[in-house]
Design a protein around this ligand. Structure first.
Ligand code: FES
Ligand code: FES
Length: 178
């Protein structure tokens, strides 16, 4: 068990209540003591040092902090860590490895879907969730699924192409029925 009690500034006084939560993060069960006010994004970035989850606006606008909670995209700047108790959280660190990229990551590489990369983790997780529920999306459906994620570099065209590339690869990788 690790405690996030004293890593989130300002350090909480002894009278501040904490709650013990257990969250499955990228397939690993993590038990932590957290203050009820702690946001999920801060639990991930500061507590678990999963800094691939970015914090852009802190106001639910940009989507840079998007993670998957039980498979659904969630803006982690607007969810308290205690709300993730008992749930599965996936961050960009859980998507693939350097030698074995997730098809969505591969798509962003193949189609040059990133510039500065700040929005990219959130874009990729929102895309993964889309392709899991809709393996063959239209361009409009991709744009709609990513409408909560802003790219300040404005490279939307290549982001959409990246997701469509990943969708095709995932369909092609499916075992064919006999
Ligand atoms: S940091 Fe969460 S939506 Fe911008
Ligand atoms: S690639 Fe820079 S914000 Fe999207």
């Amino acid at each position: 068990m690790s405690s996030l009690y004293d890593v989130i500034p300002p350090a909480a006084g002894a009278d501040v209540p904490v709650r013990r939560i257990t969250v499955e993060v990228n397939g690993e069960s993590r038990t932590m003591d957290v203050e009820p006010r702690l946001l999920l994004v801060h639990m991930l970035r500061q507590g678990l040092e999963l800094t691939g989850t970015h914090s852009g606006c802190d106001t639910t606008s940009c989507g840079a902090c998007t993670v998957l909670v039980d498979g659904r995209p969630v803006k982690s700047c607007t969810m308290f860590a205690v709300m993730a108790d008992g749930k599965k959280v996936e961050t960009v660190e859980g998507m693939g490895t350097a030698s074995e990229l997730h098809p969505v990551q591969e798509g962003f590489k193949q189609e040059h879907g990133l510039q500065c990369g700040f929005c990219t983790p959130g874009m990729m997780l929102a895309s993964k969730a889309l392709l899991e529920r809709n393996p063959n999306p239209t361009e409009d459906e991709v744009r709609w699924a990513l409408s909560g994620n802003l790219c300040r570099c404005t490279g939307y065209q290549n982001i959409v192409k990246s997701v469509l590339w990943a969708a095709e690869k995932m369909r092609n990788d499916q075992p064919q029925e006999a």
